[in-house]
Ligand binder design. Structure first.
Ligand SMILES: NC(=O)c1ccc[n+]([C@@H]2O[C@H](COP(=O)([O-])OP(=O)(O)OC[C@H]3O[C@@H](n4cnc5c(N)ncnc54)[C@H](OP(=O)(O)O)[C@@H]3O)[C@@H](O)[C@H]2O)c1
Length: 320
């Protein structure tokens, strides 16, 4: 495994990280259902650590808290080996203060995450998305207090537009508060919106990007080439194939050709391409089976040639 600094921070994270979104049972109240049993999830986390993956992403909301509990069980006794990232923002109950980035909600939810994770600190605490109903300064002061208290070591954000991230950095700067060291955006060959504004901002400000859905939810593995496998993400979410597969058929052909020439898999080539984009620290992969994780971990330790990188860049550009 390769390790790099998370942005300009001193924290070293693996180039491939593991996401916990699908760990636990289905719970429609909390967005997308989990699909991997606790036992299998723990097996996947164990294998990830064995492969040298030290960075694991979670959220208070994933499977209603079950995903954090599963991670807590999996890392019991080896907490210090793992960089634990989790998030706050999503709705956790019916009340007016059961969601958001207010001081009230953050202070309550950090305790809930710590309890579920079975730890007394979170390495990277992230704002899951913007809360338009809370002043940014309130959120940043609450996060800064958590850093001072030692409950949180670094802070990051996810799904922030460039101007909100810029404003956050400015507020931290002028008030001498802990600043976001990372941004978690969606980014892959089939989701490249981040390249317009957020990526140049992260390069300029030394923010490490940790990417979600770096395989486009699985479409970049080539698994949908001859139909939709039963039980796959595409079977659960036909919309995924409409948005991320069908518009990119030419690109997927080029991806497969490059992978064949190199003796790699399409997933490994797609991940290798994205982890080498500017400002990218790590790609958070999802894996519903240990074999997927093992394949994806093979995306590091080598680099595509500049020619192949350019071919992929061109082949996945939608005209206009
Ligand atoms: N901040 C946010 O708002 C946000 C949003 C989404 C995700 N995330 C984070 O990012 C993580 C990853 O997101 P993601 O699950 O969308 O990422 P992804 O890596 O693009 O997709 C993962 C899915 O692709 C399939 N897959 C992965 N490797 C494969 C392989 N080698 N061969 C065949 N199929 C393979 C599996 O689906 P099937 O086996 O089910 O087909 C797997 O669940 C999440 O767990 C979460 O931590 C954050």
């Amino acid at each position: 495994m390769e390790y790099v600094r998370l942005g300009d921070s001193g924290l070293k994270v693996s180039r491939i990280s593991l996401g916990c979104w699908i760990f636990g049972s289905a719970n429609p109240q909390y967005g997308k259902p989990g699909k991997v049993s606790p036992e299998d999830s723990i097996r996947i986390i164990d294998r990830a650590l064995g492969l040298g993956i030290n960075f694991i992403d979670n959220a208070n909301r994933y499977t209603g808290g079950e995903a954090e509990e599963i991670l807590g069980r999996a890392i019991k006794g080896r907490r210090s080996e793992v960089v634990v990232a989790t998030k706050v923002r999503g709705r956790m109950g019916p009340g007016p203060n059961d969601e958001g980035l207010s001081r009230a909600h953050i202070m309550r939810e950090v305790e809930n995450s710590l309890r579920r994770l079975g730890t007394d600190y979170i390495d990277l605490y992230q704002a899951h998305s913007v809360d338009w109903d809370t002043p940014l300064e309130e959120t940043l002061r609450a996060f800064d207090d958590l850093v001072t208290q030692g409950k949180v070591r670094y802070i990051g954000c996810s799904n922030f537009p460039a101007w909100v991230l810029t404003k956050s950095l400015w507020i931290s700067d002028v008030n001498k508060l802990a600043k976001f060291v990372s941004l978690q955006p969606i980014y892959s060959l089939v989701s490249r919106e981040v390249e317009k504004e957020l990526q140049p901002l992260c390069v300029d400000q030394g923010i490490g990007m940790i990417l979600y859905s770096p395989l486009g939810g699985g479409v970049l593995t080539g698994k949908y080439e001859s139909g939709t496998p039963q039980g796959s993400r595409g079977a659960d979410e036909p919309d995924l194939l409409e948005r991320r597969l069908h518009p990119f058929e030419r690109g997927l052909g080029v991806l497969k050709e490059i992978a064949n020439n190199l003796g790699k898999t399409p997933a490994q080539v797609a991940l290798n391409w994205v982890i080498h984009r500017p400002a990218v620290s790590s790609a958070i992969i999802g894996a519903s089976r240990v074999e997927q994780l093992e394949e994806n971990a093979g995306a590091v330790g080598w680099r595509l040639s500049p020619d192949d990188e350019k071919r992929l860049d061109d082949a996945f550009r939608i005209p206009g």
